[in-house]
Design a protein around this ligand. Structure first.
Ligand SMILES: Cc1cc2nc3c(=O)[nH]c(=O)nc-3n(C[C@H](O)[C@H](O)[C@H](O)COP(=O)(O)OP(=O)(O)OC[C@H]3O[C@@H](n4cnc5c(N)ncnc54)[C@H](O)[C@@H]3O)c2cc1C
Length: 461
């Protein structure tokens, strides 16, 4: 896909992806409009075909046909699985609300223009070309809304972005032989009022685009005559909430941007722009204490103001801390880690069949299978080892997700070669060794070309 069209499609996706798990906003159409009536009829027919018999190519596979692996998600886990799956034996159907994988470790750099957006987004058709070429393999821009493990089908709803003049979203079913949940986690807000409305998360390319847009807009507005000193300071106050690796890296990028770009290109307002990083506990709490101290020193040297506090309320132009302090902001980036996905956590459709890990993750056994249902697997941030495995909870990291994707592709290829690719195939297939995770260490950049690397003992889980 050309870079420009990829970016256009990324921009267009905004509202659906910002609220990737939220309710889709149906447009109101006048009942008197013929075009609307025709569209509604077409949508009705689509719904009927899609949800009853299923669309051709998505119905249950027959013996002699390739088996179908349905992958939910185009993140680190799903993309790696699709890359390695043997498309001579399987058709791959990927269902996700975004058509590309995001190289998340570099997302912060795109917010300030160190990297371009297209450098960190890889279209799924480039990762697994079969989805755009092979009959029977597809990428479907849709969100999975339910699973019927007894009938080996999933329910989906298209993602049309709620765009004016776009097709109404419609529902359809996809039959699977093997189903892989790789649908990630969701940004935590801890239920704090105003976060979703006023803060920007940093998880998707469109978030980075929004941050960049707002930062530049504020810089330009602050130079327009008539703005008061107070307004200028507020507009150029960039607040980051969350002192984990993402918050720290983003604060570092911002302070580099101030030194490198603002001082040259916006020198009239260079003394007004500031970065504040708010953290309830320790900055980079998972890192060794000496590395933490180094990070703090570097951030302070770069001019980042570090505040220890808990955000209680977020209002349009200010947030309130637990000690009552009001912090005005022009840009607010929220990066306090991830929690259970609202798609997975209620597990409405599976709760009677599936054990759900306490963090709201889907419980898996040592081979990443969901033990209580046949032919269902879960990998990446949405999954967690069941307590019965005796294994520790793996962190929500790309290095975990990517390796689980790789492992599961190998397992599924092995199952297919042993004649077990289709749904409900014989149970006694040797699926090989269990998944073992070796932690390779953690890294976080702190700006000014500096980074910390924590290589304490590798962890095996
Ligand atoms: C800014 C940032 C920096 C990071 N840096 C690092 C780092 O340096 N090192 C590291 O190891 N980790 C890092 N991480 C963590 C890492 O990105 C995640 O652990 C990783 O993305 C998890 O992969 P995943 O495939 O499980 O989920 P994701 O990559 O989140 O992908 C989830 C996919 O599921 C799709 N989806 C969601 N809902 C549905 C649905 N209902 N139906 C179908 N599809 C759905 C989404 O659209 C998406 O395609 C970082 C994360 C962020 C946000």
């Amino acid at each position: 896909m050309a870079a420009s069209s990829l970016l256009r499609s990324l921009t267009r996706r905004n509202c659906a992806a910002t609220d990737a798990f939220g309710h889709y906003q149906h447009h109101f159409r006048s009942p008197f409009s013929t075009a609307a009536a025709q569209a509604a009829a077409a949508a009705g027919a689509r719904d009927e075909a899609g949800t009853k018999g299923g669309f051709p190519g998505l119905r249950p596979t027959a013996k002699g046909q390739k088996a179908r692996v349905v992958v939910l998600g185009t993140g680190w886990a799903g993309s790696r699985l699709m890359k390695d799956i043997d498309t001579n034996g399987y058709d791959v159907v990927c269902v996700a609300p975004r058509n590309h994988m995001v190289f998340t470790p570099l997302l912060a750099s795109t917010c300030v223009g160190t990297l371009e957006f297209r450098s960190i987004a890889e279209p799924v058709a480039r990762i697994q070309p079969a989805v755009s070429k092979s009959p029977g393999s597809y990428f479907l821009l849709a969100r999975c809304t339910g699973v019927d493990p007894d009938n080996h089908t999933i329910d989906c709803e298209t993602v049309t972005d709620g765009e004016k003049d776009a097709l109404e979203p419609w529902k359809f079913k996809v039959a699977y032989d093997k189903l892989v949940f790789a649908c990630g986690a969701e940004a935590s807000t801890f239920g704090i009022r105003g976060v979703t409305d006023h803060a920007i998360f940093l998880r998707e390319v469109h978030h980075a685009q929004e941050i960049r847009r707002k930062l530049l807009l504020n810089l330009m507005l602050s130079q327009v005559p008539g703005i008061s000193e107070n307004e200028k300071r507020k507009l150029l106050h960039c607040v980051v909430v969350g002192g984990g690796p993402t918050g720290v890296e983003f604060s570092g990028e911002l302070s580099d941007f101030i030194v490198r770009d603002v001082k040259q290109r916006y020198s009239h307002v260079k003394d007004y722009i500031h970065v504040t990083l708010i953290e309830a506990n320790e900055i980079l709490s998972s890192f060794d204490v000496r590395l933490r101290q180094y990070a703090v020193d570097q951030l302070v040297k770069s001019g980042v103001r570090l505040v220890r506090g808990i955000v209680k309320d977020v209002q349009p132009n200010k947030l309130i801390l637990d000690n009552g302090e009001e912090v005005p902001y022009g840009l607010l980036v929220w990066s306090t880690g991830v929690g259970a996905s609202s798609f997975v956590s209620p597990c409405l459709f599976l709760s009677h069949l599936m054990e759900v890990f306490n963090g709201g993750r889907i419980g898996v056994d040592e081979w990443l299978r969901v033990p209580s249902v046949r032919d269902v697997y879960a990998i990446g941030d949405c999954s967690g080892f069941l307590e019965s495995t005796g294994k520790e909870v793996l962190p929500a990291l790309a290095q975990v997700a990517e390796r689980q994707g790789k492992y599961l592709a190998r397992l599924l290829n092995r199952v297919m070669e042993a004649g077990g690719g289709h749904a409900n195939s014989k149970a006694e297939i040797d699926v090989g060794p269990e998944f073992l995770y070796r932690h390779m260490g953690s890294m976080a950049t702190v700006g000014r070309g500096k980074a910390l690397v924590d290589l304490r003992q590798s962890k095996v889980g």
